[in-house]
Design a binder for this molecule. Structure first.
Ligand code: HEC
Ligand code: HEC
Ligand code: HEC
Ligand code: HEC
Ligand code: HEC
Length: 463
């Protein structure tokens, strides 16, 4: 694997003093898991080239459309239709990136993107490299729909959607005593209660054999560090009720919102609720603390640190498509009269952070700290898209770990105290420069910036 470690921030030994389970996760179970248990979860050896789905494996008519499930599973349908799984083959960013990738590689990407974003389309031969979006079967446009997951029989490899499917009359799931119904057969499969069914897609190796999304591997690492929750425990919380209209009352039925950090950027059912849930997930993911002196003398330098801890995810923070994500420290120091002594993490007039990607004020923010992934081609040049990456450099925060940023501020002789420090940990799923590059600049205003954490500190000033 080709991963370099960033040297801009230093990793401290993981801290277990800060673990707090988020309110919504309280019902989850935290146990210590022996390292031995995970000895069998080693990464797959790198194949020369990730295999592609066989386009003729199925016909689209082998699968059932999600609308057909709605009458008996109204909750499942209503929740799923607002999820990113339903958005996966609607997302304008997906199509812009996919088309760019096919153009840049002369179609070499093949079914690489579609094998995860719409397995029904790719396995039925509907998505050759330059496919016409407007000529897809309706079921293909539904992305990761009910029948994608509930036709999975076996996970072959834990990356690039290498799973076996058996579409048709039998729906597979984790109920070991399903009530019979007139529409389909049901079959228990223990896989559905385990992270592996998610890991087969939530681990991406590009066509240059570089792992660019590693949520599943990070989860294995988090489990070794003592976290014993499956993906479902956090992303599919349970409630008591019916799994189907008229079915038996059950203690545990699973929510299908699959809340993460992305929100739909086009009109989409349930978008407001999805946004609220994403907001609160992010606000319960991390903690920050500021370590500053009680006072500073005028003419001196004020030195302090900000620690950011990943306390409650099941993987790194951010995770997944971490090259697009931006989680950063925004900080302002003001004197008692309100005058600004220092700032970092502010945006330029285009809405970009002032790092190398800012067109208006490139690299103007020297102390900027962004937790993200950077991508490089084989010559070491930074590239924007993960299908171009030969190497990656990660500045992500593993679970139970913390990263420290250090700051120095010159305190002018005339400063009137106390100095107020306002520190925020901010997040957004897609930066403006990235959307502009894809000619999707009109979407910039739709991407929310979430204040995940905030800390305020006062520092006395002596003469
Ligand atoms: C991304 C994969 C995925 C998609 C898409 C998906 N499901 Fe599920 N579903 C699961 C998993 C995993 C479970 C079991 C969770 C567990 O036991 O931990 C489940 C459980 C269920 C159950 C059993 C009852 C329960 O809630 O535990 C039903 C019924 C169900 N899903 C119906 C649907 C329907 C209908 C859709 C589409 C509207 C759908 N699912 C879409 C993964 C998925
Ligand atoms: C005619 C009503 C009806 C329709 C339509 C229907 N289901 Fe079901 N389904 C049920 C009932 C009833 C159960 C059993 C619920 C229970 O035992 O709690 C069930 C159970 C399931 C389970 C759990 C199986 C297991 O063993 O874990 C899954 C998964 C599922 N359905 C998926 C689907 C999908 C996907 C669709 C649409 C393609 C669909 N269902 C359409 C009535 C229906
Ligand atoms: C067939 C492939 C596939 C499977 C299986 C799958 N996912 Fe996904 N998942 C995706 C894709 C593709 C997206 C991104 C869609 C988009 O935003 O365009 C996604 C998005 C998500 C998101 C939202 C991420 C965000 O940033 O908002 C969550 C959370 C998630 N999946 C959880 C799960 C869990 C939990 C499971 C297992 C029960 C699972 N997924 C199984 C393909 C899959
Ligand atoms: C202990 C709870 C927990 C577990 C277990 C967990 N997650 Fe998450 N997940 C979170 C939280 C909190 C966030 C929001 C912060 C972040 O982005 O990391 C998140 C975010 C995500 C995202 C969006 C990441 C991004 O930054 O773009 C995806 C995708 C995801 N999870 C998938 C998974 C999958 C797949 C698994 C299992 C392999 C899993 N999660 C296990 C809590 C959990
Ligand atoms: C192995 C499965 C897999 C493959 C292959 C894959 N994706 Fe994804 N994609 C995912 C998952 C899982 C997520 C959600 C991760 C997250 O939210 O952090 C995702 C999220 C996304 C998103 C939404 C997040 C964002 O950046 O806004 C876009 C856009 C996207 N993928 C485009 C693509 C394109 C284009 C390709 C092909 C070059 C591709 N994907 C190939 C699984 C895959």
């Amino acid at each position: 694997m080709t991963t370099r470690n960033s040297s801009t921030l230093h990793d401290l030994p993981r801290s277990r003093g800060h673990i707090q389970v988020a309110k919504s996760f309280r019902r989850c179970r935290w146990l210590l898991v022996g390292v031995l248990f995970f000895a069998g979860c080693k990464k797959d050896p790198v194949d020369p080239k990730p295999p592609e789905p066989t386009p003729s494996e199925f016909k689209v008519t082998d699968f059932t459309a999600p609308e057909q499930c709605a009458s008996c599973h109204p909750n499942h349908y209503q929740e799923w239709q607002s999820s990113m799984h339903a958005y996966a083959f609607v997302d304008p960013v997906f199509f812009a990136m996919h088309d760019r990738g096919q153009q840049l590689t002369g179609g070499e990407l093949g079914q690489f993107c579609t094998q995860c974003h719409s397995p029904i389309a790719s396995r039925s031969g509907e998505t050759p490299p330059f496919f016409d979006r407007n000529r897809l079967s309706p079921i293909s446009t539904r992305g990761v729909s009910c029948d994608v997951c509930h036709s999975i029989t076996k996970v072959n490899k834990l990356f690039n959607a290498q799973f076996a499917m058996s579409p048709g009359n039998t729906k597979f799931g984790s109920l070991d005593n399903p009530a019979p119904n007139a529409f389909h057969q049901s079959q228990f499969n223990a896989l559905f209660d385990r992270s592996e069914i998610c890991g087969t897609c939530h681990e991406v190796e590009n066509t240059l054999n570089t792992r660019v999304e590693e949520t599943y591997s990070e989860w294995v690492q988090a489990a070794v560090a003592g976290m014993s929750l499956q993906c479902q425990d956090c992303h599919m919380p349970t409630y008591a009720g019916e799994a189907a209209v008229g079915g038996p009352q059950r203690d545990k039925v699973h929510r299908h919102y699959f809340v993460g950090v992305d929100v739909p950027l086009v009109d989409f059912p349930g978008a407001d609720l999805q946004r609220q849930m994403s907001d609160s997930l992010l606000k319960n993911a991390a903690e920050i603390s500021v370590n500053a002196p009680a006072s500073v003398q005028t003419g001196d330098t004020l030195r302090f640190t900000v620690k950011v801890m990943n306390t409650r995810t099941g993987h790194h923070l951010p995770s997944g498509t971490a090259a697009e994500r931006q989680m950063w420290i925004a900080l302002e120091a003001r004197a008692a009269d309100g005058s600004l002594l220092y700032q970092t993490g502010q945006l330029d007039a285009n809405g970009d952070l002032m790092d190398g990607h800012s067109v208006l004020q490139p690299n103007a923010d020297r102390d900027l700290v962004v937790f993200r992934q950077k991508l490089f081609d084989e010559t070491g040049k930074e590239v924007l898209f993960f299908f171009q990456a030969k190497t990656v450099e990660n500045n992500l925060i593993p679970l139970f770990s913390l990263k420290t940023a250090s700051y120095k501020i010159a305190v002018p002789a005339a400063t009137v105290g106390p100095i107020s420090l306002d520190v925020q940990l901010r997040f957004r799923s897609l930066p403006p420069y990235f959307l502009r590059e894809l000619n999707l600049g009109e979407l910039v205003a739709k991407v929310p910036i979430v204040n995940m954490e905030e800390a305020k500190v006062q520092i006395g000033v002596t003469r």
